[in-house]
Design a protein around this ligand. Structure first.
Ligand SMILES: Cc1cc2nc3c(=O)[nH]c(=O)nc-3n(C[C@H](O)[C@H](O)[C@H](O)COP(=O)(O)O)c2cc1C
Length: 198
């Protein structure tokens, strides 16, 4: 890992080894592998254990692939076309609390789906795969093409693959193919009150 990915505190190396490349090898991913990532995601915590995350996927070269890829912005298509699979992460906005009959809104469906995506990404990294979240896609079109009901929010898309050589990337993206750094812990955490300087 580059110097930019050195942790300030002793943590499991998995957290810094996960990063989001754009150069993917395009190799096929089998269901057993992909479903290990969904399995990890399913064990995330959520409000009332409501488990609001849902995942819709397409594998490269499958009959759904062209439809999924076409949802992405032109920029994201330029690199994600070599991913092994694309996943659209949804969150369900309502759920029926235990002992009740009427659905309520949780207010935390997006937070909970974010936790699930985090587990998904870390399991993939653990297994030698890479993930890259994508906010740049057409959510209105995705809702229509994938038949997503109104009470589900479209969160990010995820590209999954084995890392490829950066030379396959369009020019302009090759030099951006580096793992990013992070703000110092001291800038992110405060004790007692909101005493951040920025
Ligand atoms: C919700 C979300 C949306 C993102 N959207 C895009 C995107 O549209 N295109 C892209 O190339 N990267 C996208 N990214 C990737 C981020 O830029 C990347 O995760 C961030 O720079 C941190 O780098 P790392 O994941 O390599 O640690 C997105 C990440 C997240 C979590």
């Amino acid at each position: 890992m580059p110097k930019s990915r050195v942790a300030e505190h002793a943590i499991n190396p998995l957290f810094v080894s996960r990063w989001s490349p754009r150069a993917f090898s395009g190799e096929a991913i089998d269901d057993g592998t992909l479903f290990q990532f969904f399995e990890a995601a399913r064990w995330a915590p959520s409000a009332y254990n409501s488990q609001p995350w849902r995942f819709i996927y397409a594998k490269n070269n499958s009959k759904h692939w062209a439809d999924f890829l076409a949802l992405l912005s032109e920029f994201n298509q330029s690199w994600a076309k070599s991913a092994s699979a694309l996943v659209i992460v949804l969150s369900k906005t309502t759920f029926v609390p235990p002992g009740k009959t009427e659905p309520i809104r949780t207010g935390s469906h997006t937070f909970d789906a974010g936790a699930a995506w985090g587990s998904f990404a870390l399991q993939a990294a653990h297994d030698g795969w890479f993930t890259h979240a994508i906010g740049g896609y057409d959510k209105t079109k995705a809702r229509e093409v994938l038949g997503i009901p109104e009470d589900y929010v479209l969160e990010a898309a995820i590209a999954i693959g084995k890392q490829g050589d950066r030379s396959i990337l369009p020019e302009g993206l090759r030099e951006r193919e580096v793992a990013s750094t992070r703000l110092p812990v001291g800038q992110l955490v405060a004790e007692g009150t909101f005493n951040f300087t920025e």
